[in-house]
Design a protein around this ligand. Structure first.
Ligand SMILES: NCCCC[C@H](NC(=O)[C@@H](N)CCCCN)C(=O)O
Length: 411
């Protein structure tokens, strides 16, 4: 397989993710969590199976089409499954440990990446590529079984609360035009998220090469470890960040703070020779707090009935933003071959682009705080205030199931 074909396997995953999540979010709102959990986790199993099967056609013209089909199915299933996961989490933890629950899902997803980083290569060396890919399929089957278990628990819980019928009634009313009714605070959150991730993901993708090109004495492996510190920090910190945010609230303030504290990270990388580990750990800290404050804010400003659509749309905008940011970075770095050393002035321009995105994130998040203040400070409310507002704190009371029931008018 050529490098271009290999990269296509990644690109098709990202593109399908960006497109499919909007439709998936809407379908989940319309047809329910159980439909989403079953269909999308089954798609990950099918996708990974087709991908693994494709590896048996090495040297034949079927290899690439099969692997691309596998990635397409897997990408559609996996991205959409995250939306159901968020929707279920938001329902059961709204007004309680919402940021902790989101933080924990993030930590587990990072744990998966870290385990993959440490073990997959060794597994492949011992058992070969085909068994490794079928091993991946087995993990997807385990995911499918877990998803079905969650689905049953969700159903039983809903029945116990007597909410099954109410949710079905609300689902019937959901229309794609509801996107127009998503409040201003939602769109400002989406912009805040997009600009923040525009700096993080493209930086992490290129960080290892940047470290080798700019700083002396780092082997390829050492540089990869240092770049990985962003996600390692997030693995350790995301849950703790969630606990703190659930306790103090102030989600909007955290969003501004994380963006502002990310400025020095890119400034250090652009204009100084301070060891890069300082910057990657620092970025890991701001990233953990940003993710644990920004994503769980979405359920607080949109009704539960349209949460799938809202989450899908936010994820799509974020992915498109990151994709465009990747293109700009590629253009700025002007890479012809990954072997060549990229001149430092080009790396500096890339960091300035990251700084520009971070400044845009600050502007979006400050606007978010201003609008939030005018509309009842839902995002910046403290836990004590929220508890007083919602009474006993049951999911039934905490979830604004009806449209437009999102604080002060919801816009
Ligand atoms: N959906 C709410 C939590 C999102 C966490 C966030 N995930 C993403 O940004 C995904 N769209 C893409 C993940 C790709 C990971 N390399 C995150 O911080 O990971």
């Amino acid at each position: 397989m050529t490098p271009a074909q290999y990269n296509l396997l990644y690109a098709i995953y990202a593109w399908t993710n960006a497109v499919v999540v909007i439709l998936a979010g809407f379908l989940i709102d319309k047809l329910g969590n159980r439909f989403g959990v079953f269909v999308f986790s089954l798609m990950t199993v099918l996708g990974s199976s087709v991908f693994a099967l494709g590896s048996h056609f090495k040297g034949s013209p079927y290899l690439l089409p099969m692997m691309l089909t596998g990635r397409l199915l897997f990408g559609s299933g996996n991205g959409s499954l995250t939306i159901v996961q968020n929707r279920i989490t938001a329902f059961w933890f709204r007004g309680k440990e919402l940021a902790l629950a989101f933080g924990l899902t993030l930590s587990f997803s990072r744990l998966g990446s870290v385990l993959n980083f440490f073990f997959t290569q060794q597994f492949e060396a011992k058992f070969g590529m085909q068994w490794t890919l079928w091993g991946g399929t087995l993990l997807c089957v385990l995911g499918f079984v877990s998803a079905l278990t969650v689905s049953v628990l969700d159903k039983v819980g809903m029945k116990q609360l007597g909410l099954d019928g109410v949710i079905q009634q609300e689902s019937k009313k959901v229309r794609i035009q509801d996107i127009q009714r998503l409040p201003l605070r939602y769109w400002l959150l989406v912009l805040t998220i997009m600009f923040f991730y525009n700096g993080v993901f493209p930086f992490v993708a290129d960080a290892s090469k940047f470290i080798q090109d700019k700083y002396s004495g780092y082997s390829q492996q050492a540089a990869a470890y240092i770049a990985g510190a962003v996600y390692d920090s997030s693995l350790v910190l995301s849950a703790a960040a969630g606990i703190l945010i659930d306790y103090v609230g102030l989600r909007g303030v955290f969003a501004v703070g994380c963006a502002a504290l990310t400025l020095p990270v890119f400034a250090l990388l652009a204009f100084t020779f301070v060891p890069p580990l300082v910057s990657t750990i620092w970025l890991g800290i701001t990233y953990s707090f940003a993710a644990a404050s920004m994503w769980p804010s979405i359920p607080l400003v949109v009704p539960q009935a349209t949460l799938g659509t809202a989450m899908g749309l936010a994820t799509s905008v974020q992915m498109v933003g990151v994709g465009l940011s990747n293109l700009v970075v590629g253009h700025v770095l002007g890479t012809k071959s990954s072997e060549l050393k990229i001149p430092l002035w080009r790396w500096q321009q890339m960091m300035i682009f990251m700084l520009a995105n971070t400044v845009a994130c600050i502007v979006a998040s400050v606007s978010l705080n201003i609008v939030d203040k005018k509309q009842g400070a839902t995002l910046n409310g403290t836990r004590k205030g929220a508890a007083l507002e919602r009474g006993d704190g049951s999911p039934a009371e905490a979830a604004p199931l009806l449209r437009g029931e999102t604080g002060n008018g919801g816009s």
